[in-house]
Design a protein around this ligand. Structure first.
Ligand SMILES: Cc1ncc(COP(=O)(O)O)c(C=O)c1O
Length: 417
């Protein structure tokens, strides 16, 4: 089959495709698997009950049926755009209206659109890239450029906190927004590490991006104000030069495919144009289901009172299990858990790479994600990129405990070799 450059690139085995395939196969059999690998949010019964009640109400009053039979505008449902804008304006003082909001079919396609709007070859033949100031970053970005070589990343500075934890910081001494950068992008909290870029770091990034005349993208898939899986006291950040992306996935609705972009109107218009070409319109069930929760700000209460405490408890428990099972001979640190649904373990004295550790764990029916995938776009080799794994701590307790026990055993065996 002969294909375009785009076709070749998007059908080649991308890191994310290979990994998702592998994870899928690993859990497909009948044997019990400790699945600490994927990005699935947890099922939280009280949150599930909210969706159930809303769905029943919308079915009864016919609103869901009405919404399903027509296309929305490519920007999204007007009432939903208004509800999102007024929630953010009233609660955080952002100077925005519905013209600052667009809906996409999840935040994954939102980034596909944004990256390719701002990076790639422009009309003058100049090639621009997206700069990720804090590497390791989300694997799901790595293959999203239509052109090759669109991403540039800056290795994080490592701050040792104590004998158990460390934290990545943006290394401003190395960060430079050169002429070939079209936009800057961070996930906050960061997938895979659970790092939360501080208010101060955000302010500095924002100033640098503005000075360079490029937008700052903030991927808020896990962050404030919703789903609020964030354990640090930091503020949601937005200004005219910022494009913030939010999602209904991690609050418990990954399959409704609803992403929300807040940006200045010209960017919203550009995203809406792409939506029209790629999708005609967005899936609207998530918007219909949550519109009232946005209008009443109830989505903030769900985030603060149900979602955040659930994940905080899970994260603390998983960290206790790591302390309990990891033997003294394993020299490891865990990234400070500041948000998101993952723990990031850094092994400092294994005789094998974390890709090999992943294979060994897979044989023992424990699925993690080897850290190598999250270090894309680096100019130079970094040994640290072969020393970390990501585990999803949000799944059922027994699975997490058994998984961590086996990870500790395999890590110890790898030290001893
Ligand atoms: C940092 C980050 N951004 C974006 C996404 C995509 O989420 P969705 O397309 O479901 O909104 C994910 C999913 O895991 C993520 O971890």
């Amino acid at each position: 089959m002969k294909m375009s450059v785009f076709g070749e690139k998007f059908t080649a085995k991308s890191g994310i495709l290979e990994l998702m395939d592998d994870l899928g196969k690993a859990v497909a059999g009948s044997e019990k698997v400790c699945m600490l690998g994927g990005g699935n949010p947890a099922r939280i019964d009280q949150v599930q009950a909210v969706w159930q009640e809303k769905l029943e109400g919308l079915l009864k009053n016919g609103a869901l049926g009405d919404a399903l039979v027509s296309y929305d505008t490519p920007q999204g449902r007007q009432v939903f755009l208004e509800a999102v804008a007024s929630l953010l304006k009233e609660n955080f003082g952002w100077d925005i209206g519905p013209e600052n909001v667009a809906v996409t079919n999840g935040s994954q396609p939102a980034f596909f659109i944004l990256f390719n709007l701002f990076a790639g070859t422009d009309a003058r033949g100049v090639k621009k890239k997206i700069l990720f100031p804090l590497c390791p970053e989300y694997i799901g970005y790595a293959d999203q450029g239509i052109e090759e070589g669109l991403f540039s990343t800056c290795p994080a500075a490592i701050q040792e906190i104590d004998g158990f934890s460390f934290k990545y910081r943006v290394d401003f001494s190395k960060l430079e927004i050169t002429d070939d950068i079209g936009a800057v992008c961070v996930s906050r909290p960061t997938n895979p590490t659970g790092n939360v870029i501080s208010d101060d770091e955000m302010a500095q990034l924002s100033v640098l991006a503005e000075k360079a005349g490029v937008p700052l993208f903030v991927d808020n898939a896990y962050g404030a104000p919703f789903p609020g899986i964030i354990f640090e006291d930091v503020n949601p950040f937005w200004n005219e030069n910022t494009v913030i992306s939010m999602s209904l996935s991690k609050i418990g609705l990954p399959s409704v495919r609803t992403g929300i972009i807040v940006a200045r109107p010209e960017i919203i218009e550009a995203v809406s144009s792409c939506n029209a070409i790629i999708n005609l319109a967005n899936v609207n069930i998530g918007q219909v289901l949550t519109e009232e929760l946005f209008r009443t700000s109830e989505i903030l209460d769900i985030s603060r009172n149900l979602v955040m405490p659930f994940y905080k408890d899970k994260s603390d428990t998983a960290q206790d299990l790591i302390r309990k099972y990891m033997p003294i001979e394993v020299d490891y640190r865990v990234h400070k858990s500041e948000g998101a649904i993952f723990l990031w373990i850094w092994f400092r004295n294994l005789s094998i790479t974390t890709m090999e550790l992943y294979e060994r764990l897979k044989k023992r029916k424990v699925i993690v994600v080897p850290g190598e995938y999250f270090f894309f776009g680096l100019d130079e080799d970094w040994e640290h990129s072969r020393q970390c794994i990501r585990i999803n701590y949000s799944q059922c307790h027994d699975s997490v405990e058994e998984g961590i026990r086996i990870i500790a055993e395999e890590a110890a065996a790898a030290v001893k070799e």
